[in-house]
Design a protein around this ligand. Structure first.
Ligand code: UD1
Ligand code: MG
Length: 450
């Protein structure tokens, strides 16, 4: 039986940010979400998140996780003090407690599974994850005997120069026998450089405590400042991109591409340079994205191309071509085999199949049928300064260049709008609407004036 506790009450002073450290994001998730996700395989009986600094904001960010118990640490007096707050919440609990620092986001679920297995196998009082770091600066150093039994953990700032030479660091990931931990938690003292109650000091009172080295030290990267956040970003990007390439995604110049950990791709997607995929984006097989495109929270079906364009909160069906230089600004649904061309902006707009908006248009709050052709420079005037109004365009209709459709307005099926028209009234099926002044010719006009 395992319960999980995540330490997320600290401010994260070294981030120099108004945002609590654990809410800084990495690959599309907050750091604390990453920590929670790393427990997926552990299947915990209880999930406790210790909150303190801007507690409401942290709780709010986790509302989509169910079965989380929040524990308040009103004053942040150290990681040991944080765990002391669990005492009333885990009264009578007899299982193990997995403790994770909320600022260690790259742990693999398999690593935690293994840590717990080792802990149980050896019936340890505590088992902690360690790593040999090439640059251990800032981490607590772990001192063991020849059998990996932990004697002491000393924080970087409390280390002597000789102790700093030890590259074996504490990952901030522990499995405890809760009953044993609970009896020693009250013994912690704040006798250190920071005058904080350190969780790491419990190893002095517990026996046996075992250290287990992680296979890949990059997994335990802790985030204390922006530089470490950037380093973690690089590690995660490499991990995410390697996995998608192994699954059949082509990347041209992968170093210039970024993909959130939350994105889903199919085999035979091609990603061109300078492409960025964010949030809950899903891209189907055969689609080619980029160069120079940003897709956020959007679903792209098969064989779509998106060239130098931005697509946000939208859906694009199979075979459609987007760009160069198009902007799908949100709540846009584009049907199959459409064309959205250069300098076209779409917002809250639905297009049927084989509909083209090929050049220099803005369509907002509009519904277009299938086989529609929107002429260059057509604009929906959807906003009267106070309210937004809808535009409807029926199947197989065409608008001439530089038409303005003043909403609310509805064009029937197979309508034709003459170029340069300003349409303020509904147009019935199959009609031609011309709404501009007629051209007049004054013959010999220049001569007469002279
Ligand atoms: C901690 C460890 C260090 C380890 C490192 C790994 C201690 C004393 N030190 O140091 O040995 O190498 O993590 O990354 O534990 N927090 C609270 N309440 C508090 C203080 C902190 O909830 O009162 C939370 C923070 O929000 C953070 C986590 O605990 O998520 C770790 O705190 P942090 O200050 O980052 O500890 P480190 O100095 O990194
Ligand atoms: Mg830290």
């Amino acid at each position: 039986m395992v319960a999980v506790a995540i330490l997320a009450a600290g401010r994260g002073t070294r981030m120099k940010s108004d945002l609590p450290k654990v809410l800084h994001s990495l690959g599309g998730r907050s750091l604390v979400e990453c920590a929670l996700n790393s427990c997926l395989l552990v299947n915990p009986k209880k999930r406790l998140v210790i909150v303190g600094y801007q507690a409401e904001r942290v709780k709010q960010a986790l509302t989509h996780f169910d079965k989380i118990e929040f524990v308040e640490q009103t004053e942040q007096l150290g990681t040991g003090h944080a765990i002391q707050q669990l005492l009333p919440h885990l009264e009578g609990y007899t299982g193990d407690l997995l403790v994770l620092n909320g600022d260690v986001p790259l742990l693999r679920p398999e690593t935690l599974e293994k840590l717990i297995a080792t802990h149980k196998e050896h019936q340890n009082a505590a088992t902690l994850l360690t790593a040999q770091l090439p640059n251990p600066q800032g981490y607590g150093r772990v001192f063991c005997d020849g059998k990996n039994r932990v004697k002491q953990i000393v924080e970087h700032r409390d280390c002597t120069d000789a102790q700093k030479q030890n590259r074996r660091v504490n990952a901030g990931v522990y499995c405890f026998n809760w009953e044993k931990l609970a009896t020693v938690l009250p013994k912690l003292e704040a006798e250190n450089d920071q005058q904080e109650y350190y969780l790491t000091d419990v190893v002095k009172y517990l026996k046996p405590v075992m250290a287990v080295d992680v296979e890949d030290y990059r997994e335990i990267t802790g985030i204390n400042d922006r530089k470490q956040l950037a380093a973690a970003h690089d590690i995660l990007q490499m991990r995410v991109k390697d996995a998608w390439m192994a699954a059949g995604v082509t990347m041209i110049d992968p170093d210039s591409i970024t993909i959130d950990d939350t994105v889903q791709l199919e085999a035979d997607v091609i990603l061109e340079p300078q492409t960025h995929l964010r949030g809950n984006t899903v891209i189907a097989s055969g689609s080619r994205i980029g160069p120079g495109s940003l897709i956020e929270n959007s679903r792209i079906a098969e064989n779509v191309t998106v060239l130098y364009s931005v697509v946000t909160d939208s859906e694009v069906e199979a075979g459609t071509r987007i760009g160069p230089y198009a902007h799908l600004r949100g709540h846009v649904k584009v049907g199959e085999a459409c064309r959205i061309g250069n300098f076209v902006e779409l917002k809250k707009t639905t297009l049927g199949q084989k509909t083209n908006v090929a050049h220099l248009s803005y369509l907002g709050d509009a519904t277009l049928g299938s086989g529609v052709n929107i002429g260059a420079g057509t604009i929906t005037a959807n906003y009267d300064g106070v309210n937004k109004h809808p535009t409807h365009i029926g199947n197989n209709s065409k608008t001439g260049s530089n038409s303005v459709l003043v909403a609310p307005v509805s064009l029937g099926e197979s309508v034709t709008i003459a170029a340069g028209s300003i349409i303020t009234e509904d147009v019935p099926d199959r009609a031609l609407a011309i709404a501009r002044s007629r051209q007049s010719i004054k013959k010999g006009w220049r001569l007469k004036n002279k």
